[in-house]
Design a protein around this ligand. Structure first.
Ligand code: BDP
Length: 693
């Protein structure tokens, strides 16, 4: 008894002592300062590599070697080799950047407890451009940001450089992220003003040694709005000249500037179509301005108009006819799904469909549609699902990963983008586990073959030490938490919108459920009923050949499967079909019963996550433990809200009873219908009081 008491005291003491705020991300090792590091040359990037190793490496001496050897050149200047040779290690690369990445790789191996006795590693990135997209506004609000305000302190720049910029660069370099778009795709023309370009230059200078290039999102009407021209027509000579001059001005300040990201003719933003021109005219004009300086254009394919019968078809319809017409420094940036970052979508049919125009996938790291920074979600599995989807465009095995990484089509540009979840919160991402999504995006951008499990494991080991007093227990805790991460997105799909349902979100902020939302006069394609189409007969969007025919945008081998409600995977059934309530699912249940089962399973699973977390009490520092515990509580409440809101609403159409044994709803639909969530206070939802019977 006495021993137990002291043991408990020690545990409490350790937890208090080691309170952590998450600000160190996955880079938490303590400096040892014992390493012997020799380097064959001198440069700011090599100095960083040396500094990292000297501070944190605890093993045998390391040589950093720049070499032009053919077998090293093959790895590209960002790739590297790490070998054990005699009694030391060598990191070789044909570029300084590769050496820095090699140094971070070696440190990751150390921190994750890998066997370091005989290393023989060769790595090169899956994509050339691995880019974060910040949706940060110049007033420091962040569109769809849930981790405080923008990291960029525009009013202090260029004079003052926050120490957080350096940590941001280091964290990105540790993963291999080599580009950052600083501002929102809904871009203010002001970002291209001389005043802001000076600020951008300061950030670019700081990020340069870390191998991170800076890009800007631009507003297509900048020539008129900022430049004072009377048009922004891409075929107008004065407009073309304005962009050329602007490019020259930027590259004079920032010689290695990356290029532009463009959202045009989408959600009310200006674009070439305003002048009767096409996406090709717009993208090529900008590309011509950047070309002399080796800049690129990432032109977004996220375009849709309410007039069309099916939003999911529009990206493909708009872009496929232009295949082969874009300049060679243009790449088309495509959201992973055909609609909009929903918890689950099939892959966008545009991916792989253009054979002569490079495309890149855009993932959303920030959790706009999966519970903001309140819900624990680990996104790697859903990103892997997209990357591993077979498009069949060049025969079996033409996965999304391969049609975008240059191994199927001879692409000059290969890239991948992630909408950042970073803000000025002390822990960067709001939820401690949301850091894992920044991490996972970077790791997959570097190597899309890594599994979700490998990445989760690496992240957990570096982020939470999980080496408790009793080793065996800490391994169990580690495995349970890893499992929680791996199942998290599926759990969210279950309690938010299973079986291919999508866009059931509350209007505007997208936090809670509002499948009933109907705002008179609002865009129909922003209303949930446009997507779920529930009626007495059934539910779901008929995109089969008897409906909108979106299914025909997929390769014949997939179209055949998606088009047949009996062969279409249950996970996507209501994406492609309006299925009757008594449709027999692959599980043998009716559609209604299956829907009830999934919603209930999701809500129950979050309660299990709470138990998993409670088991970790002795192994996690107190601050992070409490903060995650608090958010899991919110998530459990929200999951019930989702379950009840959606099931009670759909029951009005199905007219069917809840299956026996299902947890009874704890809310009433009429209350839920009345409630409007105050998102300015989403960490402290008051709906709890409102919904209790
Ligand atoms: C939607 C977001 C909106 C973004 C838009 C985009 O709701 O805030 O501006 O995507 O990607 O998901 O452009």
């Amino acid at each position: 008894m006495k021993r137990l008491f002291f043991f408990a005291l020690i545990c409490i003491y350790c937890r208090l002592l080691c309170a952590e705020d998450g600000s160190r991300l996955w880079l938490r090792s303590e400096p040892a300062g014992t390493a012997e590091v020799s380097v064959s040359a001198d440069s700011p990037t090599l100095n960083l590599a040396r500094r990292e190793l000297q501070a944190y490496w605890k093993g045998s001496p390391v040589k950093l070697e720049r070499t032009g050897n053919r077998n090293i050149r093959e790895l590209t200047p960002e790739g590297f080799e790490i070998r054990t040779e005699d009694n030391h290690l060598v990191i070789r690369s044909s570029g300084d950047q590769g050496i820095l990445y090699g140094a971070f790789h070696l440190l990751r191996l150390q921190e994750t407890g890998a066997d370091l006795s005989a290393l023989d590693i060769r790595e090169k990135p899956s994509y050339q451009y691995r880019v974060l997209n910040h949706w940060d506004n110049l007033d420091r609000t962040v569109e769809r940001g849930y981790a405080g305000r923008s990291l960029w302190l525009w009013n202090e720049l260029p004079g003052t450089l926050s120490p957080r910029y350096e940590m941001y660069a280091r964290a990105n370099a540790s993963l291999g992220i080599n580009g950052t778009v600083l501002n929102n795709v809904n871009a203010s023309p002001l970002i291209l003003s001389a005043e802001y370009l000076e600020k951008v230059k300061a950030l670019a200078g700081l990020f340069r040694p870390y191998g991170i290039k800076v890009y800007l999102a631009i507003n297509f009407s900048s020539p008129a709005e900022l430049g004072g021209l009377d048009t922004s027509d891409p075929l107008d000579p004065a407009v073309r000249k304005w962009w050329k001059d602007k490019a020259k001005e930027i590259y004079t300040l920032i010689p290695d500037f990356g290029g532009f990201l463009v959202k045009a003719n989408s959600e009310g933003l200006p674009g070439p179509q305003d002048f009767g021109r096409s996406h090709v005219d717009g993208a090529n004009m900008i590309a011509d301005a950047l070309k002399p300086f080796k800049g690129i254009v990432m032109w977004r394919a996220f375009v849709y108009e309410p007039e069309d019968d099916d939003r999911a078809k529009q990206t493909y319809q708009e872009f496929v006819p232009f295949d082969g017409q874009f300049r060679d420094n243009v790449i088309i940036q495509v959201k992973n799904g055909p609609v909009d970052f929903q918890p689950r979508e099939p892959f966008s049919p545009l991916l792989g469909a253009m054979k002569k125009t490079p495309t890149m996938v855009e993932f959303q790291i920030t959790q706009e549609y999966t519970g903001f920074s309140n819900h624990l979600n680990y996104l790697a599995p859903i990103w892997k699902e997209c990357l591993e989807s077979d498009t069949w465009q060049q025969g079996e095995g033409s996965t999304v990963a391969r049609v975008t990484d240059g191994s199927v089509y001879p692409q000059k540009l290969t890239a991948i983008a992630g909408v950042a979840n970073i803000g000025d919160d002390i822990n960067w991402c709001g939820h401690h586990f949301a850091q894992s999504n920044w991490y996972a995006f970077g790791r997959l951008a570097w190597n899309h073959r890594l599994t979700s499990e490998e990445i989760a494991g690496e992240w957990l080991k570096q982020t939470f030490s999980l080496t408790g007093v009793e080793q065996r227990n800490s391994v169990n805790v580690y495995n349970e938490i890893k499992e929680m991460m791996l199942t998290a997105n599926e759990t969210i799909v279950d309690y938010m919108m299973p079986l291919g349902l999508h866009h059931l979100f509350a209007f505007g902020h997208h936090y809670g459920p509002e499948p009933w939302c109907a705002i008179p006069g609002a865009r129909p394609d922003w209303m949930p009923s446009y997507y779920h189409k529930a009626d007495k007969e059934g539910v779901g969007f008929n995109r089969s050949t008897s409906g909108s025919n979106a299914v025909s945008q997929y390769h014949a081998s997939l179209k055949e499967i998606f088009n047949d409600p009996l062969r279409c995977p249950d996970e996507l059934l209501l994406w492609f079909h309006h299925a009757p309530w008594d449709h027999t699912m692959q599980s043998g249940r009716t559609l209604w019963d299956e829907m009830c089962h999934r919603y209930s399973r999701g809500a129950a699973q979050v309660k299990d996550y709470q138990k998993v977390w409670e088991n970790a009490l002795d192994f996690i520092d107190s601050q992070r433990f409490e903060e995650v515990r608090h958010r899991l509580k919110i998530q459990a409440r929200d999951a019930e809200w989702w379950r009840d809101g959606c099931l009670l609403y759909f029951q009005e159409f199905s007219g069917m009873e809840f299956p026996q044994g299902m947890d009874a709803p704890v809310h009433e639909l009429k209350n839920m219908r009345k409630y409007k969530l105050d998102i300015t206070n989403f960490e402290n939802p008051t709906y709890e009081m409102l919904f209790k019977k």
